[in-house]
Design a protein around this ligand. Structure first.
Ligand code: E4P
Length: 217
């Protein structure tokens, strides 16, 4: 299971990367806006820091515009993944860019039908948004199960990248379902470390060790 971090904040990416937990990064226009920084130079800095795929999203909505933007973004670094929305033009652009050898992440996927279109268009990643479906009382993880099953039936190469992750539970359940990748905000990844029994157990071990008066070094 690969871990992508869903942020454009370089400090946050660096902190997680230092622990060896970052296999890739996803950004979107909202995350870029949150940094207040220049888009292209931010993507370049992230690509220099991380070996894995770094998603950078087009903002054009017409096919020609998506292709122009996608080609420009793809030139930033070898590990750029061009993100396109799951629209008719987005799927057409996905096919063209994928055929050119560019990694493509098809985003804003909310149904299995949409996921099939992305796989048919040769997407490297499909990004189903679990959190936003849950927000509407729909079952985000059921969508992941459906896509994993459908892709498995046809051995599509497209990787299921679980997006809009809100909690460690989303990550664990995605793992149970066999999703290839999760992209999560840093907070959700850090929360995975937490367990009160770990804290209590360590406290007890250290207290008992102190009683022995020994030192390992
Ligand atoms: C990732 O590619 C998506 O842009 C992201 O996961 C969306 O998450 P949100 O629903 O928390 O905004």
């Amino acid at each position: 299971m690969k871990f992508f971090v869903d942020t454009a904040d370089l400090d946050e990416i660096t902190k997680l990367n230092d622990v060896g937990l970052v296999d890739g990064v996803t950004t979107n226009p909202s995350l870029i806006a949150k940094t207040g920084r220049d888009f292209v130079s931010t993507v370049k800095e992230i690509c220099d820091l991380i070996d894995g795929p770094v998603s950078a999203e087009v903002t054009a909505t017409d096919y020609d515009g998506m292709i122009k933007e996608g080609r420009k973004l793809a030139k930033i670094a070898d590990n750029v993944t061009v993100k396109v929305p799951l629209t008719e033009n987005g799927i057409k652009a996905c096919k063209t860019l994928s055929d050119e050898g560019t990694m493509v992440n098809v985003t804003l996927c909310f149904s299995a039908a949409q996921a099939i279109l992305a796989a048919k268009a040769g997407a490297t990643f499909i990004s189903p948004f679990v959190g936003r479906l849950d927000d509407l009382s729909l079952d985000g993880l059921q969508l992941i199960e459906d896509i994993v099953n459908i892709y498995g039936n046809y051995e599509f190469d497209t990787q299921v990248l679980v997006a809009s992750v809100r909690s460690p539970l989303h990550i664990v359940e995605s793992g149970k379902l066999g999703a290839d990748v999760i992209t999560a905000p840093p907070k959700a990844i850090w929360q995975m470390f937490k367990h009160p029994l770990t804290d209590k157990g360590l406290e007890d071990f250290l207290a008992d060790w102190k009683k022995t008066g020994q030192s390992i070094l």
